[in-house]
Design a protein around this ligand. Structure first.
Ligand SMILES: Cc1cc2nc3c(=O)[nH]c(=O)nc-3n(C[C@H](O)[C@H](O)[C@H](O)COP(=O)(O)OP(=O)(O)OC[C@H]3O[C@@H](n4cnc5c(N)ncnc54)[C@H](O)[C@@H]3O)c2cc1C
Length: 398
């Protein structure tokens, strides 16, 4: 049961989580299970509501996070990469590569798990201020229906606010400074069950577009771009949806390797800590990986009775050891990618097709871990020559 303010305002919580997206809720669930008093607060009226996300996650997420699979709508086994001139390369796997999930259901499952483990969750409440005091953190909230202002105290605060970085900034912590724009929509379209990845400057500079099958006759369509997202999206619709203009929602996607994701009594996790795959913009799995590290760090801090930055610093060391390399090298891969003109993307497709690299990619590419495969791929002479030409011309520092 999601609670109202009056039930809860007087006590001092062990952990107050600002933001009940997937990362905040997963963290709430683990910490509450470990016996901590946890309160999560979100401005949304309903969990999982109005989320801008394609909802594609690797199969690894469900295994390694031990999550129920009830939110899965579809399996992905085939991906079709389309060049700017519509040359296509097919990647197929005998077993599922990824799942298409119902994001609302996924988040509600996490909510129910958090509540079952004893966490409290308050919705429809905007956190206005987060003030770190010597012995606790004070959080001021506005109830969005009554406009009443309420104050909560906690020994520690976790910032899990997605792309919103205000509190990290005000506290003096690190936050993502670079973003691309993401677009998401759904459309009725009969499809063959494969994902299409669409490249080229009309659809997206520095990113790509995608069609993802939700079912046999419904698709999710979207893109990430460094340019005018609305214009790119109408080009994508014109090209692939026969001009149908689905209702598109836009939202930035963090693209940065963030440092100082901790301070005295506070840590940041998920997208507001830049824990997002910089190659594709997928953030759910990396956020949950970091959440596990955060919970281990906090449990140790509580055991010691010391929530200082010195103790919480091991959180950043831990999450960077797991996903920092992917984020950092992914940024470089994207930088190279965004400097490739369409002709060179065509050349890349040609080399991949001609020299059997498609098979190499099929054997090596993992949905959540791209960088080492891409790196090995870039090292091949034909690809390296091609990319070096562009890198020299654009002055990118490798
Ligand atoms: C177009 C697009 C497609 C995407 N597709 C995928 C995909 O296929 N797979 C994938 O893994 N990722 C995808 N992502 C990224 C993914 O959606 C995010 O990485 C993920 O939602 C991050 O989770 P989070 O819990 O960190 O933040 P969020 O899900 O953004 O949750 C943050 C929560 O904090 C709340 N909040 C913020 N500020 C306050 C405040 N002051 N007071 C109270 N509450 C507050 C918000 O209401 C929100 O509920 C996509 C993103 C975009 C834009």
């Amino acid at each position: 049961m999601v609670l109202r303010h009056t039930n809860m305002r007087r006590k001092v919580y062990d952990v107050l989580i600002v933001g009940a997206g997937p990362v905040g809720l997963y963290t709430a669930s683990i910490l509450a299970k470990e016996g901590l008093e946890v309160l999560a607060i979100d401005r949304k009226e309903k969990i999982g509501h109005d989320v801008v996300c394609t909802g594609v996650v690797g199969t690894e997420l469900f295994e390694s996070m031990s999550l129920p699979k009830d939110s899965i709508l579809n399996e992905i086994r085939t991906v079709r990469f389309l060049s700017p001139s519509c040359r296509s390369i097919l990647y197929h796997s005998g077993s599922p590569i990824a799942y298409v999930i119902d994001r609302e259901k996924f988040d509600i499952i996490l909510l129910n798990s958090a509540l079952k483990n004893g966490a409290k969750v308050i919705l429809n409440s905007e956190v206005k201020t987060v003030e770190v005091k010597k012995k606790h953190v004070e959080v001021k909230i506005e109830d969005r229906s009554s406009k009443e202002s309420v104050r909560y105290c906690a020994l520690t605060v976790i910032l899990a606010t997605g792309v919103e970085t205000k509190f990290a900034r005000l506290i003096g912590m690190g936050y993502p400074r670079h973003f691309v724009m993401g677009v998401h929509a759904t459309a009725e379209l009969r499809n063959d069950g494969s994902v299409s990845i669409i490249t080229g400057s009309i659809v997206s500079k520095g990113g790509f577009g995608w069609l993802v099958p939700e079912s046999g006759n419904k698709i999710r369509v979207g893109l990430m771009t460094e340019e005018d997202a609305s214009q790119n999206f109408s080009a994508l619709s014109n090209r692939l949806l026969r001009g149908a203009s689905p209702n598109a929602k836009l939202r930035p996607i963090a693209q940065d390797l963030v440092s100082n994701t901790f301070s005295d009594r506070v840590i940041s996790i998920g997208e507001c800590a830049g824990q997002v795959k910089t190659t594709t913009g997928g953030g759910i799995y990396y956020g949950l990986i970091a959440s596990k590290v955060a919970t281990e760090t906090l449990l140790k801090a509580f055991k010691k009775g010391d929530m200082s930055a010195k103790v919480l610093a091991s959180y950043e060391k831990g999450w960077k050891a797991k996903i920092g390399g992917e984020i950092r090298k992914g940024l470089l891969v994207r930088k190279i990618w965004s400097s490739l003109p369409d002709e060179q993307i065509e050349d890349l497709f040609e080399v991949v097709e001609r020299d059997g690299f498609a098979e190499y990619l099929s054997n090596h590419l993992r949905f959540d871990w791209h960088v080492s495969t891409i790196w090995n791929f870039i090292r091949r002479k034909e690809i390296r020559d091609l990319i070096e030409k562009v890198v020299r011309a654009s002055g990118i520092l490798l």
